[in-house]
Design a protein around this ligand. Structure first.
Ligand SMILES: Cc1ncc(C[n+]2csc(CCOP(=O)(O)OP(=O)(O)O)c2C)c(N)n1
Ligand code: SF4
Ligand SMILES: [Mg+2]
Length: 309
């Protein structure tokens, strides 16, 4: 088995873009077709460059780099236990500091389960200690690697294998945890939401995060075709609709100040939901209640931007 290789013929870009051309991932990872997490890693590393060390806990991305000696990442990677990303990046930073290495960015890269649930305490400790690192949560809204179990980040109304439709409990009845608010409560210097449908906004935020010292947090929406029961070719379209419907608004919080970076078109939420089989059981009334919750969330975000906090 050889090392993964990028095809020799590069596709020429015809439109002008600020996206750096250099790649720090190879395309032959073992992710599913249409995996949003693949693009999250690709854009993240374009923004950070090769002086980066990753730490990844148990999750899909623990498998996706490939089997040794293959490796689809051009940067060093330290695997860690499911709950330990915050501790692992604290240790990496301390080791680099002892060696006097200042130009390397330490990155924790974990799924939603490994962040909002099992990894929350380690991450909270690292944030509270102001560990100089970037923590990226790729959010596919369930425990995908082990078979689509619900997480604290699964949205209200979604089917998962542990919230099966047609039983007495039915689909997920609890709302998604607001991880951005949790991180804001830690008073970290920078946090941002990013989308694979808006790579320029994504990479700009990563570059900004890289330029800031202390604990930075990136929340990346990450469509998952098998888990979301959708066509793999719809991954970027679904990510775009998440922004346009305000289901996943794009914004950043710098030193406590909220700034929305993309207003979205206010498309009805049903357009986002209807491309995903995990929501296909919902009644019109249930879709209407999701619309109300999304509208309320958007109103609150605008109010935070206007008030400056
Ligand atoms: C302590 C511990 N509990 C459970 C597991 C099994 N496990 C491995 S990956 C995973 C799911 C991870 O979910 P998430 O963090 O959302 O990442 P995703 O798989 O969705 O990419 C689980 C439950 C484990 N490795 N360690
Ligand atoms: S299960 Fe989902 S997140 Fe995991 S590799 Fe496949 S598409 Fe990506
Ligand atoms: Mg997940």
């Amino acid at each position: 088995m050889g090392r993964c290789r990028r095809p020799s013929k590069e596709v020429a870009l015809t439109t002008k873009t600020t996206i750096p051309e250099e790649e720090f991932t190879y395309p032959e990872g073992t992710g599913c077709p249409g995996c949003g997490a693949n693009l999250v890693m690709r854009y993240l590393l374009k923004g950070l460059g090769e002086r980066t060390i990753l730490s990844i806990p148990a999750c899909c991305w623990a498998v996706m780099p490939g089997y040794w000696p293959s490796n689809c990442l051009k940067v060093p990677l330290l695997y860690t236990a499911f709950e330990a990303t915050g501790a692992a990046i604290s240790g990496l930073r301390a080791a680099l500091d002892i060696k006097g290495i200042e130009d390397v960015t330490v990155v924790g890269f974990a799924g939603d389960g490994g962040t909002v649930d099992i990894g929350l305490q380690a991450m909270s400790g690292a944030a509270e200690r102001r560990t100089d690192a970037i923590y990226v949560m790729y959010d596919n809204e369930a425990y995908m690697n082990t078979g689509i179990q619900r997480s604290g980040s699964t949205p209200w109304g979604a089917w998962t294998t542990t919230t099966p439709v047609g039983t007495s409990h039915g689909f997920k009845h609890e709302p998604k945890k607001d991880i951005m608010a949790i991180m804001q409560a830690h008073r970290i210097p920078y946090s941002a939401t990013v989308s694979i449908a808006h790579p320029e906004d994504f990479i700009k935020k990563v570059e900004k995060a890289k330029s800031i010292k202390g604990f930075r947090f990136i929340h990346a929406m990450s469509p998952c075709p098998p888990g979301w029961r959708m066509n793999p070719s719809h991954a970027v379209e679904v990510a775009k609709l998440a922004v346009d419907t305000h289901a996943f608004p794009l914004y950043e919080i710098e030193e406590g100040k909220v700034r929305i970076t993309r207003k979205g078109k206010g498309v009805p939420i049903k357009e986002y939901l209807k491309l995903q089989g995990r929501f296909s059981h919902l009644t019109e009334d249930e879709v209407a209640s999701i619309q109300m919750a999304v509208d309320e969330g958007w109103k609150q975000l605008i109010a935070k931007e206007t008030s400056g906090v």
